[in-house]
Write a protein that binds this ligand. Structure first.
Ligand code: PHE
Length: 449
């Protein structure tokens, strides 16, 4: 059977943007930007994005498009060895593990979306109340596992219909809807009285907050948000036809991804500050602060529904892209039918996600190594270890094994490509990106301390 392809450039753009734009943009970016120095962090983040993230992002897409294979076979073909094949296989495993914890977390978002829709997020008068409500929900194992199951089943339903009829079709609906909701929320936030304070919280640069830790966070954020290191981009690139230009399709994706992060931060902080509440970080921002805010602003019901729908749509399209590499592998390599592969991968990801979903209830008091629970351990393993290594493998494979000439031929096809763009990629893929990833990684595992 012929390998499926995106029907158009736009289909590819929406699918990859759908993958990139996720919880990391709407939920994580706003609070890390607020925490690590506002505009100063934004600048640091943009530097990481263009010095390290973008070259790795393009390398992975090019590897996929060159080979038209899943990551394991693609790495093996370009690296000419089984070891490279295994490394490619490991990136598929990373995507799979991410899909498991991501779905558990997105399950809570789904649960909160239903709470919002039923009017349950607009009657709070204090932080203590929103916190108690959050605990009542998340300490119920059936609630957590039930919504995790519902969420992953919805993703599998889309994946079942394949590349064009499933992933592409639904991303073309979900992504424009996501932008529409985001613009509405930004507009709403900006016209609130006191929105200026939210903007200045976000945009006033605090250079003293730019610690080593901020650099690690910025790097991790740029990788996670661009879906690097987890087989997704190689797989989505492998469905791209040879006639499409890679650079002009990929650059807008990175811009959109960045725009969504910034706009989400603007929407959240203008709305939160308009009622004079200090924003929390982490899960508390979404589940404690926001419901309290929704209870106090005009039209809070609609804002709460729109907000959780926004996060849910972003999570759905990302989860789909985290599951697809494993499905592609089973179909290409093992000759499975797509239906069986979707079922098997969905079921396995659900099972691995169960202990994550139970991390706030039944498994709350079971630490794993130095991590408070299974979910935290999984997040650390994937985001701090496996994803950076996956990204590193992609740039080393491209720059040092396959070679920049092969890469440029695939990237530019018949056109020669501008000298500036070539030097940018040569410097970043060969040197900057691998060296910085290695340094950050060594720092993280305590090598320098
Ligand atoms: N990029 C997504 C986000 O920002 C996360 C993601 C992870 C997507 C793994 C695909 C694969 O939330």
């Amino acid at each position: 059977m012929d390998r499926e392809q995106w029907s158009s450039k736009l289909g590819f753009i929406f699918a990859v943007a759908g993958s990139a734009i996720g919880l990391a943009n709407i939920w994580r970016f706003p609070y890390i930007a607020g925490h690590y120095g506002g505009a100063a962090f934004v600048i640091l983040y943009l530097v990481c994005l263009f010095a390290i993230g973008f070259p790795a992002f393009i390398s992975e897409i090019v590897i996929g498009r060159k080979t038209h294979k899943n990551p394991a076979q693609a790495f093996k073909e370009l690296g000419h060895s089984n070891t490279w094949g295994k490394i490619g296989g490991l990136t598929i495993v990373t995507g799979f593990l991410v899909s498991a914890f991501y779905s558990a977390v997105a399950g809570w978002i789904s649960g909160y979306f239903f709470e919002a829709a039923s009017g349950g997020l607009t009657h709070f008068t204090s932080h203590a109340e929103t916190k108690a409500h959050y605990e009542a929900l998340t300490q119920n194992p059936i609630w957590g596992v039930g919504f995790h199951l519902l969420f992953i089943t919805s993703c599998c339903a889309v994946l079942y219909y394949g590349i064009k009829g499933g992933i592409e079709r639904w991303n073309k609906v979900f992504m424009p809807l996501l932008f529409l909701i985001l613009f509405t929320l930004v507009f709403y936030g900006l016209q609130m009285e006191g929105s200026g304070e939210g903007l200045s919280f976000l945009l006033t640069p605090d250079w003293s907050a730019l610690s080593n830790e901020a650099i690690i966070v910025a790097l991790g954020q740029s990788f996670f948000t661009l879906s690097i290191g987890q087989g997704t981009l190689v797989t989505y690139g492998s469905y791209l036809s040879k006639s499409e230009r890679i650079l002009s399709s990929s650059f807008p994706i990175v811009l959109m991804d960045t725009l969504v992060s910034l706009l989400s931060a603007i929407a959240i902080f203008t709305i939160v500050f308009s009622v004079g509440i200090a924003p929390d970080s982490g899960p508390a921002l979404l589940f404690h602060t926001l419901p309290l805010v929704f209870s106090q602003i005009p039209g809070g019901y609609f804002v709460s529904v729109l907000f959780f729908l926004l996060v849910l749509l972003a999570a759905l399209t990302s989860e789909i892209s985290a599951l697809e590499p494993s499905i592609a592998y089973l179909c290409d390599r093992k000759g499975w039918k797509r239906t069986s592969a979707v079922l098997a991968v969905g079921a396995a990801s659900f099972l691995v996600g169960v202990p994550c979903a139970l991390s706030t209830s039944l498994l709350k008091d079971y630490p794993i190594f130095s991590f408070p629970n299974f979910l935290e351990a999984m997040i650390y393993l994937c985001s701090n270890i496996m994803i950076p290594l996956g990204g590193l493998a992609a740039v080393i494979l491209t720059g040092w094994r396959w070679g920049m000439n092969g890469f440029f031929t695939e990237l530019f096809a018949e056109s020669k490509g501008s000298g500036f763009v070539k030097s940018y990629f040569r410097w970043t893929i060969l040197y900057l990106s691998p060296i910085l990833i290695i340094l950050v990684f060594l720092n993280e595992i305590g090598f320098f301390s």
